[in-house]
Design a protein around this ligand. Structure first.
Ligand code: NAD
Length: 422
């Protein structure tokens, strides 16, 4: 793990790298090096036993040049201001990659949500909105779920905001339950976006035919990508979660894995069935496969294990799973990485669809949502692929260049140094 004060700096390495490949005004880099505003508060809630407890919380609006800031709220005991800013920086680039009319934001509460009762969790969620009601807004800053927050929490938050402003305002938050203005297709959107991307680029990537896939992390993103790829006849040869890993060279029984998770068990509960055998979870990154899907946490592929990767393609459904040093090792070995700001952007894209539907008050069918998501993933994926091929740069650098050119265009439209001194 990287020291926390280096988090944003390590994310900025990618901005510096992209800036080498595109002629942008220094004003643009100066603007994107720092968060526009980060607000820190202490939330104080009444616990079930009558005591009061306080929790640190943040909301960062990193850059809003291209539109209102957009980004999830994370409940995690290790959340820090630096992490929130790094995640908001990534959101800025992710929204620009997909050409969504948003800037980047993020929020967090420093809490182990599993230690709270449901009533305490509701009070904490509502108090977050009370504290940040003047910062968020449908045309200002639009939160969404992230690690350890879900649609029920988004529903409480939307409700609290509506009470504060005195009218329903569903577009203030996305990832809501369907009954409260959520969108169809949000559940599997992150994995589905990555799936459309791989399908679209597979021929260019030389990945025709049946693929052998290893998935690290078997939560929302990991489970859906397993189902979607297995549905096309690909073989899921290894998966892991925080409890361990299972492998089967002929392909794991995905239904059995999903059933274990449904019962609240680890994937290792399937060991012994259908040829599943347990393996060391730390070895998952080096499993013999065609496609490796990190779908767990940050910094899981690092200089200590990057050389062991046998996959030809890494599909980053997690945010920041590959460190900058590991990126270089993978690139030197010819491993193509489909970067997080493109590969997992299906989630924020369907969040955008939810916001659009809330604003227009007219809701789309699932097929329409899938078709729109697919069109955007293919359009941006193709553009980045071509940029990567024509400049001889990695897909990650190409994605940052692609996003930076859009951000630069918007920032420069306000006038740059050249305009004012000439
Ligand atoms: P989740 O909490 O549903 O799942 C996380 C999974 O990772 C769990 O199965 C957990 O057991 C596993 N895990 C934790 N530590 C592990 C370890 N050391 N080794 C192997 N597995 C481990 O979370 P999620 O929503 O699927 O998100 C996963 C990643 O995808 C995160 O980086 C998240 O930021 C990113 N992401 C998710 C979405 C989304 O819409 N869900 C959108 C964009 C990005």
């Amino acid at each position: 793990m990287m020291p926390e004060n280096n988090l944003l700096e390590s994310a900025l390495v990618r901005l510096d790298e992209a800036a080498k490949h595109i002629n942008v005004d220094p004003d643009v880099i100066e603007k994107l090096k720092f968060a526009r505003e980060t607000t820190k508060v202490r939330l104080m809630i009444r616990m079930d036993d009558g005591s009061r407890k306080s929790f640190l919380a943040w909301r960062c609006r990193y850059d809003d040049t291209r539109g209102p800031t957009k980004g999830g709220i994370r409940f995690h005991p290790d959340a820090t201001e630096e992490e929130v800013e790094m995640l908001a920086f990534w959101m800025t680039f992710k929204c620009a990659v997909m050409n969504l009319p948003y800037g980047g934001g993020k929020g967090a509460v420093q809490v182990d949500a599993r230690t709270l009762s449901k009533a305490e969790l509701e009070r904490l969620s509502r108090s977050y909105i009370q504290a940040f009601a003047r910062i968020i807004g449908p045309d200002r800053d639009i939160p969404a779920p992230d690690v350890y927050t879900n649609s029920m929490i988004m529903g409480w938050m939307a409700d609290e905001y509506a009470q504060i402003v005195g009218q329903t305002s569903p577009a203030v938050i996305t990832g809501k339950p369907i009954a409260l203005g959520g969108s169809l297709g949000r559940g599997d959107a992150t994995a589905r976006g990555g799936y459309y991307l791989v399908r679209h680029l597979s021929r260019d990537l030389g990945l025709d035919g049946t693929l052998r896939v290893a998935i690290q992390g078997f939560g929302n993103a990991g489970q859906y990508i397993a189902s979607l790829l297995a549905g096309d006849g690909h073989r899921i040869v290894a998966v892991s979660d925080s409890g361990g890993a299972v492998q089967a060279d002929d392909g794991l029984d995905v239904e059995a894995l999903l059933a274990a998770k449904e019962d609240g068990l680890s994937v290792i509960a399937t060991a012994g069935k259908a040829g599943h055998r347990t393996v060391d979870a730390t070895a998952l990154v080096g499993v013999d496969c065609d496609v490796l899907v990190p779908a767990a946490l940050e910094n899981m592929i690092h200089p200590g294990n990057a050389a062991s990767v046998k996959a030809r393609l890494v599909l980053e459904l997690a945010n920041g799973p590959v460190t900058p040093e590991a990126d270089e090792i993978l690139a030197s070995r010819g491993v193509v990485v489909l970067p997080d700001i493109l590969a997992n952007a299906g989630g924020v894209t369907v969040s955008y669809f939810e916001w659009v539907q809330n604003k227009q008050g007219y809701y789309w069918e699932l097929e329409e949502i899938h078709a729109k998501l697919r069109a955007i993933m293919e359009r941006e994926g193709r553009a980045i692929w071509e940029l990567s091929a024509s400049r001889g740069i990695t897909m990650r650098t190409a994605a940052y260049v692609h996003a930076l050119s859009r951000l630069a265009e918007a920032i420069e439209a306000h006038g740059t140094q050249n305009y004012f001194i000439s």
